[in-house]
Design a protein around this ligand. Sequence first.
Ligand code: COA
Ligand code: AMP
Length: 627
Amino acid sequence: MGAYREAYERSITDPEGFWREAAAGIDWHREPERILDDTEAPIFRWFPDAELNTCHNAVDRHVDSGRGEQPALIYDSPVTGVVRAYSFRELRDEVALFAGALRRLGVGPGDRVVIYMAMVPEAVIAMLACARLGAVHSVVFGGFGARELSARIDDARPRVIVASSCGIEAGRVVPYQPMLDAALAESAHRPDRLVMLQRPEAPATLGKEDLTWAEAVAEAEPAECVPVRATDPLYILYTSGTTGRPKGVVRDNGGHAVALRWSMENIFGVRPGEVFWAASDVGWVVGHSYIVYGPLLTGATTILYEGKPVGTPDAGAFWRVAAEHRVAAMFTAPTAIRAIRKEDPEGKLLEGCDLRALRLFFLAGERLDTQTYAWAGDLLGVPVIDNWWQTETGWPIAASPRGLEELPTRPGSPSVPMPGYRVRVVDEAGTAVPPGQEGAIVIGLPLPPGCLPTLWQDDERYVRSYLTAFQGNYLTGDGGMFDEDGYLYVLGRTDDVINVAGHRLSTGAMEEVLAAHPAVAECAVIGVGDLLKGQVPRGFVVVKSGLATDPERLEAELVARVRDRIGPVAALRRVDVVAALPKTRSGKILRGTMRGIADGRDEPVPSTIENPDVLEALRPLLRTPRQ
Ligand code: COA
Ligand code: AMP
């Protein structure tokens, strides 16, 4: 039996033994004696009697064990021209000082801190400082607009907000202050204080009570690590669901540390002292797990890249960074590779980059199309590993675990289920379907350590959203199938969540913004296939009767509203004014049918349709790409 199969089977037949052993990779303040608490099933808790501090494990521990001078974090920012390395010792000192600053502002264990920052080292320092105090961070992606930020502030109710004064996009400075002001103006919750990192590209004008980062640390004393229970929350990361209200995915301290530490060596094949680079953003789960916590918990060096795959300055940026910092394994989204390939199809910009240190190339965040898989593999000459997971799980559900075994990969498949994940493909009745047949992908409970134990202060929503459709299973929201050899194929979401350039977005949230326009009677937003971004949203609106509107002007207004409220990453560029929307007899808009037609599929007309003529009238418009 191969090492993968052995590990997988052990994790299923003896989960407590498997994770007890993995827990040895972590420094505990109080060692776990009980491994799994199932007394409140279907809500499970890992390591219920243990205590630890995640920041100690990610930073201090490595200084204590002789890695103090090793680079912990390399900030490489082509948009500002700065490259700066922080050793584990420097990172510890900066984190301890900022933790002291937060403590002076009243932040203690369990308090929430919202972090709304660009990809700057202070974002990582702020996250780790929260972990150090036992406080709970909630990072909001800089590409989100006021409505998204406000929803997160009201749900997390932070004591403090830590922000940077701007983000820097290719050729454009994005001031964050207007977004913050607009978000706070519509939030019911008032944080006590705002700490602003002033960036020279666009400093913010601060209010009387606000502090700059420099002021906050000037008077602070370094704070020590505060032990917390393994089951206490480390962070909340909001993610898009099908409704406009984001879901507050909770990550605990203990299960998270154990799972990420295990995944770094066993899935990503990265050892202490090596360099790992996840070219994502700390606003997404990939950034939390594999820019910040995974590599640092392992004692590896992580890269914080403030730039894009293309345009900062060109499509060779990734290869330059990987070569200059001797990256051993890197991780990005397929869309980034498609963007590079579009600009540099023959990979000429790779020439002269010494990538001899690079052993493995991981791709995730959206479906990996076979052309991108093949192109990256041919160009780089290293294994390309597709891996499938979600904000909710925090680490791969399916992958080829390179630290365990060189399991061959197959185009189109993120390989096999990882230890702890009882992955099944089921039909509508919840019965497992045979290999080759598509169905809903579910995971048998309990989920392994590191996965969400619940949603922030909302067990009821957690159970309703994920655990009710198929009793005893977690609903992933993805559809797919297994092949005869147990390789999983993930074919796409079965709900209205869409994935735009590796960014998970809710069509429901966009619909709420469109519907709020005074001229709109009803609307639908669907995700349609896009060669570069995987999917892009498309809107359809019906105008209130009797209103004379100019469709072009209305479209421009609606596009601007979505950009402003949800953020530029929503990338809604096309909204068509239509006479009516196709619906079922019970009044549900036939979004799935519209999506199928727009993607060029031969979509059957559903038997439940109320107004087949409306669908027929819409068909040519759905089929016409315009842009
Ligand atoms: N702050 C402010 N604005 C942001 C932003 C941020 N952090 N991130 C993106 N935006 C803006 C962009 O500037 C762009 O604005 P524009 O409409 O004025 O051009 C808009 O949001 C859409 O951005 P994006 O989706 O990044 O599209 P793009 O066309 O600028 O670039 C790619 C396309 C493929 C290069 C880019 O999407 C990419 O790098 N994707 C990888 C995503 C990724 O790593 N995801 C994490 C999961 S692993
Ligand atoms: P997020 O929570 O932002 O990480 O997005 C998770 C969703 O992205 C999943 O539910 C999938 O729909 C999609 N996804 C992520 N990785 C993959 C992958 N390797 N293959 C197919 N879909 C993926």
